[in-house]
Design a protein around this ligand. Structure first.
Ligand SMILES: [Zn+2]
Length: 539
């Protein structure tokens, strides 16, 4: 066992703690204020902010709101240029209505309905791409030598259009068992397709393994999408990326005389070989392009003794914006995702700013852009850090904070990744709470929010989710609320503040993040990756 010393002297003695709040007050021991949290959520998720899309007027409003808060708390600009802004150059890509896609088999041609049967886009920064290639089913599309797995075998798929299953191969003894590995993420699938020289790649959407319904795929990709500006204009990526709906995929297999379920079964075995589907796909994607300068917002509480080392709190400020083509309510307010996280970031910034003296190490408050577009703001920060990765003690990410009330547990996503879990266990223990590992590891949440980009450059990264055991609620109630959110509100215009929002649990979780950060900022110990973590070698 590694020895882990967390020094709780300071905290235990109550030196840096505020006095206990009077009974009945909304404020926590450390002064976290649920009314202020609610106010921030209200403003950020208001229709006026338009769903906070990068490059929209909502971005300017969000940036101004954060800047005012940071300045009001007298925090230092996190950027050495003296501003709270780290510019993030993005390119916005909007596929126009002239785009289309058809399947061609012999003399038959079938046009698929955009948004219903498929979604397709190109990440190449060009105004038009044409795709004409033979469809090949490549199972899960995975090459993983450490698991002795290769879906492609000796088949050359250069110039082909790949059809892939979502998630990892369902093996019990590999790919993390029930948990999703990076091989299961759609980002990986498009990366490997490009490496193989394919012309295009489509993932078959299935609600259970994907972790979200088809509307999420259709909705997320039908507006403007963003990418970091890269020197090669993304020409190294496949020409067309996309999803087929489950129904469209089944029909496609049937047309080729194949049974989808049977093929899926075959793909779950190491002996699987790619299967030509006897069908060509012809598509044309026309884009409107624009370059924008988006922003990560960053403030700093300068450390009193070791200012060049920092603890990083992170929350993405962006959401999906407003979808003009949608009827009715078309503003994706993103109250839970992620006005809650940004509200938490602002509140943490406030109570840290009141510490006198400041903790030994610096504490950074980073609100990143374009998380919803593929973790772009955090990737940009990781590639252009304002404190070097080797000097960054840890990153604590907040994406969707508890809106359902107090819990006796807290969910750690990616439990076992680093010794931050041990620190979390000690702090949670003092709250009378226990840690719970992610009940849905198969959905790969550790790879689905900003902490992943920090983990990729070796910074121990922590991400907790609301617990599931709610005080005064029957067993199973927490899981039901969570499932309701995913089914009804996740990435939909209905992610708005509800009458029933109850922020006491958010305060509890923020206390946990606060004490963890304070411990990291004041103590001697540095957190470490676990021996088994895929990120250990990066540190
Ligand atoms: Zn989010």
């Amino acid at each position: 066992m590694r020895r882990q010393i967390w020094n709780f002297g300071l905290l235990g003695a109550g030196v840096v703690l505020g006095a206990c709040a009077p009974a009945g007050s909304e404020k926590s021991d450390h002064g976290l204020d649920s009314e202020l949290l609610m106010k921030h959520i209200e403003v950020l998720s208001s229709d006026e902010f338009g769903g906070r899309a990068p490059g929209s007027p909502g971005e300017e409003k969000t940036a101004a709101y954060l800047t005012d808060a940071f300045r009001g708390y007298k925090l230092e600009p996190g950027n050495p240029d003296g501003t709270y802004i780290q510019k993030v150059p993005l390119v916005g890509i909007t596929a126009t209505d002239e785009s289309h896609l058809s399947l061609v088999r012999g003399r038959e041609r079938e046009e698929l309905a955009a948004g219903l049967g498929y979604v397709a886009w190109t990440k190449r920064v060009v105004e038009e791409v044409d795709l004409d290639g033979e469809l090949v089913f490549v199972g899960y599309g995975v090459v993983a030598p450490e698991y002795d797995w290769d879906d492609y075998k000796d088949v050359d798929v250069e110039g082909k259009v790949l059809v892939m299953l979502v998630n990892d191969p369902p093996l019990e003894d590999a790919f993390g068992g029930d948990a999703m590995t990076y091989y299961g993420r759609w980002t990986y699938k498009f990366e490997i397709a490009a490496e193989k020289g394919a012309a295009g790649a489509f993932i078959v959407h299935e609600t259970v393994p994907a972790g979200y319904p088809w509307e999420v795929v259709g909705g997320s990709w039908s507006g403007e999408s963003f990418d970091l500006e890269t020197p090669d204009k993304n020409m190294g990526r496949v020409a067309v990326e996309g999803w087929f709906s489950s129904g469209a995929a089944r029909a496609l297999f049937e047309g080729a005389g194949l049974d989808f379920e049977e093929q899926k079964q075959a793909a779950a075995d190491r002996t699987f070989r790619p299967v030509a589907l006897g069908t060509r796909v012809q598509a044309e994607i026309k884009n409107e392009l624009r370059n924008i300068e988006s922003a990560n917002l960053v403030a700093k509480l300068e450390g009193s003794e070791v200012p060049d080392e920092a603890i990083l709190y992170v929350a993405h400020w962006d959401h999906l914006g407003t979808l003009e083509s949608m009827e009715g309510d078309n503003i994706f307010n993103g109250a839970y995702d992620n006005a809650t996280g940004v509200a938490g970031l602002i509140e943490l910034a406030r109570i840290y700013s009141e510490l006198d003296p400041a903790p030994r190490r610096s504490v950074m408050f980073l609100a990143v852009t374009a998380e919803e577009q593929g973790l772009l703001g955090s990737r940009y920060y990781a590639e252009h850090p304002l404190v070097p990765a080797a000097k960054t003690v840890a990153a604590i990410n907040m994406d969707g904070l508890n809106i359902w009330g107090r819990t006796t547990d807290v969910t750690i996503v990616g439990m076992g990744q680093s010794s931050l879990d041990e620190l979390a266990a000690q702090v949670a223990g003092r709250q009378g709470r226990t840690l719970l590992s992610d009940p849905e590891p198969e959905k790969g949440y550790y790879y689905r929010s900003d902490h992943f980009e920090f983990a990729k450059v070796g910074i121990p990264a922590f991400y907790a989710d609301a617990g599931i055991t709610f005080e005064g609620r029957p067993e199973g109630w927490g899981e039901t609320q969570r499932a309701k959110y995913v089914a009804d509100d996740y990435h939909k215009p209905s992610d708005e503040i509800k009458q029933w929002y109850e922020l006491s649990g958010m305060v509890q979780d923020l206390e946990l993040f606060y004490e963890m950060g304070l411990e990291l900022a004041t103590g001697d110990a540095w957190p470490e990756w676990s021996e088994t973590s895929e990120f250990k070698s990066k540190r």
